[in-house]
Design a protein around this ligand. Structure first.
Ligand code: MTE
Length: 331
C-alpha cells in the first residue's frame, strides 16, 4: 500500500503507555455499555418495536436504519468515530491515492441503478439488483472497529446483514472453497482506474468459512443512512477482523471458485499483502510495526496510540477458523 507519513506520522509506543491506556479503556467501555444498555432498553420499549437505529443520523443521505444485531461481538461499545472523519479520510484508490481524494472525487460514481452478478460454482447464479439484495434479509446495525493496514483505525456503525444470507441463497456447490469479490472499474466515472497503482478491478477474496462467519457483513449503509459514495456505495463488504483493504467497495461481482483467488494488493506487492491479512499485532508489515494503532479523531499531539488486538479484538468469534495455521506464514 502506498504509505505517506501524515502529520501524525507513525511512532512506536513505549511499554508504559500501553497498560494504563488499556485499564482506562476497559473502565470507560463498561460505563458506556451501561449507558447504552439502559438507553437502548428505554428506546425499544418507547417505540414498541424491535428495530431502531442506534446511531443518530447525520441527515445527509437516505435513511437506512438497522435493528440492533444479535450476532455475538457485532457491537463494540467504544466511541463511534465522527461521521465527518469516516467520510473524509478514506482509501478508495479508484478515486485517488490521497485520503481526501475519495470525498472530493467520488461524486461521479452512480450507485443507482446497480446490479451484482453472482457467478461461478453456485446452483443459482444470476444478477441481483440492489433492491433484490436489500430485501434479502433484515438490515442490522453493527458497530465494528476497522483497522487499516497503515496503522490507523476507526469505529463505524455499519448497516447490512451477514453475507451468509446471500451465500445460502445462491447455493454454493461442494467444490466452491473461496469467494472472489470484484469492485466496479469504470474509467468514465472513476478517474484513477487506468492508473498503474493497482491492477483493476479491485479484487478481494475470502475462504468459504470466513465468508460464512456471521461477522462478515454485506454492507449497504453507515450511521443509519445509505453508504456515501466514498465509503463504497451502494454495496461493500466489511470483514472486521481483517485489515481494511480486505473490505472491497462498490462490489459488482461475487464469484465462487475452487482455488484461492489473487487479490489486488497481493498482485501489487505479494511480500507485503497476503491472502489472509488478519489483523495481527505480532506480525509486522515488512516496512512497519503492526503492534499499535492511531484511532482517527484521537490525534492530538500527546494522544497515546492504542495497542492493536489479535484479530482486531474479534478473536473469540473468529480465532477457531485459523487453529493450527501458521499465522506468520499465512499473513
Ligand atoms: N475497495 C476498493 N474498491 N478500492 C480501494 O481502494 N481500499 C480499502 C478498502 N476497500 C479500497 C477498497 C482500504 S485500504 C480500506 S482501509 C478500506 O476500504 C477503507 O474503507 P473506508 O474508507 O470506508 O473507511
Amino acid at each position: 500500500m502506498l504509505i505517506r507519513t501524515d502529520r501524525n506520522g507513525y511512532h512506536h509506543p513505549v511499554a508504559s503507555e500501553i497498560t494504563p491506556q488499556a485499564v482506562y479503556e476497559d473502565r470507560r467501555r463498561m460505563l458506556q455499555w451501561m449507558a447504552t444498555g439502559a438507553a437502548g432498553a428505554a428506546l425499544a420499549s418507547w417505540a414498541g418495536r424491535e428495530a431502531f437505529a442506534q446511531t443518530a443520523r447525520p441527515g445527509k443521505l437516505a435513511a437506512l436504519p438497522g435493528a440492533k444485531s444479535g450476532v455475538a461481538g457485532a457491537t463494540t461499545m467504544e466511541k463511534v468515530t465522527d461521521y465527518k472523519d469516516a467520510t473524509t479520510y478514506n482509501n478508495f484508490y479508484e478515486f485517488g491515492t490521497d485520503k481526501a481524494d475519495p470525498a472530493q472525487n467520488a461524486h461521479t460514481l452512480k450507485p443507482s441503478p446497480w446490479t451484482v452478478e453472482v457467478e461461478g460454482l453456485v446452483k443459482k447464479p444470476g444478477k441481483y439488483t440492489l433492491e433484490d439484495l436489500l430485501k434479502l434479509s433484515a438490515q442490522e446495525e453493527r458497530i465494528y472497529r476497522l483497522r487499516c493496514v497503515e496503522g490507523w483505525s476507526m469505529v463505524i456503525p455499519w448497516v447490512g446483514y451477514s453475507l451468509a444470507n446471500l451465500v445460502n441463497k445462491v447455493e454454493p456447490m461442494g467444490n466452491a472453497r473461496y469467494i472472489e469479490f470484484l469492485s466496479l472499474a469504470d474509467p468514465k466515472t472513476m478517474p484513477f482506474v487506468g492508473s498503474r497503482v493497482l491492477d483493476w478491478p479491485y479484487a478481494e477474496g475470502l475462504r468459504m468459512d470466513e465468508a460464512m462467519n456471521p461477522l462478515t457483513l454485506l454492507t449497504f449503509g453507515m450511521y443509519g443512512e445509505v453508504l456515501p459514495n466514498q465509503n463504497g456505495a451502494p454495496v461493500r463488504l466489511v470483514v472486521p477482523w481483517k485489515y481494511g483493504f480486505k473490505s472491497g467497495k462498490s462490489i459488482v461481482k461475487i464469484r465462487f471458485v475452487e482455488k484461492e483467488p489473487r487479490t489486488a494488493w497481493n498482485k501489487a506487492a505479494a511480500n507485503e499483502y497476503g491472502f489472509y491479512s488478519n489483523v495481527n499485532p505480532n506480525v509486522d508489515h515488512p516496512r512497519w510495526s503492526q503492534a499499535s494503532e492511531r484511532r482517527i479523531g484521537e490525534d492530538g499531539l500527546f494522544t497515546k496510540k492504542r495497542k492493536t488486538l489479535m484479530f482486531n479484538g474479534y478473536e473469540a468469534q473468529v480465532g477457531q477458523m485459523y487453529a493450527g495455521m501458521d499465522l506468520k506464514k499465512n499473513y
